[in-house]
Write a protein that binds this ligand. Structure first.
Ligand code: C2O
Ligand code: CU
Length: 473
């Protein structure tokens, strides 16, 4: 009953990489960013004007073989300049897609060719880094899968790009991008969650099936905590990087914005039954994301029991004993407001009051800061300069009342501890979700030279100043 086709494809792929990978000139892949229209709500509201890649929401799923040079020509058909950032892929600095910092933004009508060799297999994604709080929110995002030479044997390899939209009744996207309320609080949480660009009522499955489910949180601010009723998924990778296979803590798969999880989902339910997947992250705002809907006919009696542990990627192991330590503190936002309704106290509590008042009442920047500096734009004096090849521990401290998914470009890092307690899996990540008041230590080798962003991936927080540059020289 093993799916012969995926087995044969796997075997073929394993042979193809060494034979053709090194010498062949990479074929050019084209990607166009431009306006489009999407039917997000299945007819419940009208069609939505979006911005998207190749006319689709999400953009096309790019599949690149690990370790093989890739060339992607991005054409800008938008009315404003843009870039593409290959989130989580350890690319050379000039290919990182950060406007002004690593490249000139792509003007309307122009094309930029990105060239890089993805070193790590796994689940990544791509999105603009220019006015992200508008461009991603309007729909510019897509999955980027870097394929292992020999992936684990499964029946289906499925990607879910999760997006969150703030739609008006007529189906148009609410135009209040980057407003100060969203910026100073939880970010832009929408009212419509889609999987691969549509509200999904049902995800058809068969009893005995084994699915590799790649979850990508492409939302601007929404955090997901997914519970699979009647099933126990096994997490095999986080942010594209393999992790010791394990069941999610408390049975919830938690994904902050930009974060990914690869699950192995064994379909152990009853033929003909439905099993809801519930998002329980926000208390009292739980909702049903979709249902696993079993066909009447099982695929086989028991799911496969082939090994599911992934081969590690070629990441350099940080030398913890010799690592140099730096502290990074995140500050800002409205602190008192949600707790005791005392907005003024919250505002005065951050960044010394006066700044905050200006930030809230005047221009919309300077709401958040990193080590006391609130960024405007992507060009700035580096927060830190790290010596290339050395190991570092960054002690991150969330001195705010809000969650922040903090993302470092150009590197993956191990999450070593949270609030002083060692993590169980020392997982590699490119984005670490910090709960309010939480501290985390991350460790990595600064082996990729250049100026790299460290920022919150709640896009309004990023725009509100929660952004810095780390230089590796
Ligand atoms: Cu998803 Cu700075 O990036
Ligand atoms: Cu944030």
């Amino acid at each position: 009953m093993i799916n012969r086709r995926s087995f044969l494809l796997t075997a073929g792929a394993a042979l193809a990489v060494p034979a053709f990978g090194a010498s062949a000139a990479p074929a050019m892949r084209k990607l166009a960013a431009g306006p489009g229209r999407a039917q997000l709500t299945g007819g419940m509201r009208g069609a939505t004007d979006v911005w998207c890649f190749d006319g689709a929401v999400p953009g096309p799923e790019l599949r690149l073989p690990q370790g093989v040079p890739a060339r992607i020509a991005v054409e800008n058909r938008l009315s404003q300049s843009t870039t593409v950032h290959w989130h989580g892929v350890r690319v050379p600095n000039a290919m990182d897609g950060v406007p002004d910092l690593t490249q000139k933004p792509i003007a309307p009508g122009e094309t930029f060719i990105y060239e890089f060799t993805p070193p790590d297999a796994g689940t990544f994604w791509y999105h603009p880094h220019q006015r992200s709080f508008e461009q991603i929110v309007r729909g510019l995002a897509g999955a980027l899968i870097v394929e292992e030479p020999a992936p684990p044997l499964v029946d289906r390899d499925v990607t879910w790009v999760l997006q969150d939209w703030r739609l008006l009744n007529d189906g148009t996207i609410s135009g209040d991008f980057g407003n100060r309320m969203d910026m100073a609080m939880s970010g832009r949480i929408g009212n419509t969650v889609t999987i691969n660009g549509a509200i999904p009522d049902a995800f058809p499955v068969r009893a005995g099936e084994r699915i590799r489910l790649r979850l990508i949180n492409a939302a601007s601010a929404r955090i997901f905590a997914l519970e699979f009723s009647g099933h126990t998924p096994t997490i095999i990778a986080l942010d594209g990087q393999p992790v010791a296979p394990h069941a999610p803590e408390d049975g919830r798969v938690v994904l902050g914005p930009a974060m990914r999880a690869d699950l192995v989902l064994d379909l152990i339910g009853q033929p003909g039954q439905r099993y809801p997947i519930i998002d329980t992250f926000y208390r009292r705002l739980e909702y049903r994301l979709t249902d696993l809907v079993y066909a009447a006919e099982p695929l086989r009696e028991h799911p496969l029991d082939a090994p599911i542990r992934l081969e590690p990627n070629p990441l350099r192991e940080p030398d913890i004993g010799a690592a140099i330590r730096h502290e990074i503190a995140f500050e800002g936002g409205m602190m008192g407001m949600m707790g005791d309704g005392n907005m003024m106290r919250g505002m005065m509590g951050m960044m010394g009051g006066g700044n905050m008042m200006r930030g809230m009442m005047g221009d919309s920047h300077h709401v958040w800061s990193i080590n006391g500096v609130s960024a405007q734009g992507h060009m700035m004096t580096p927060l830190l300069t790290l010596d290339r090849g050395k190991s570092y521990i960054l002690a991150l401290s969330n001195d705010t009342a809000w969650h922040h998914p903090m993302h470092l470009h150009g590197h993956s890092f191990r999450v070593m501890s949270r609030n002083g307690n060692p993590t169980r899996h020392r997982e590699w990540r490119d984005t670490v979700l910090l709960a309010p008041r939480e501290r985390a230590e991350i460790a990595f080798v600064a082996d990729n030279p250049g100026d790299w962003m460290l920022h919150c991936h709640i896009l309004d927080h990023q725009e509100g100043g929660m952004m810095g540059v780390i230089r590796v020289a």
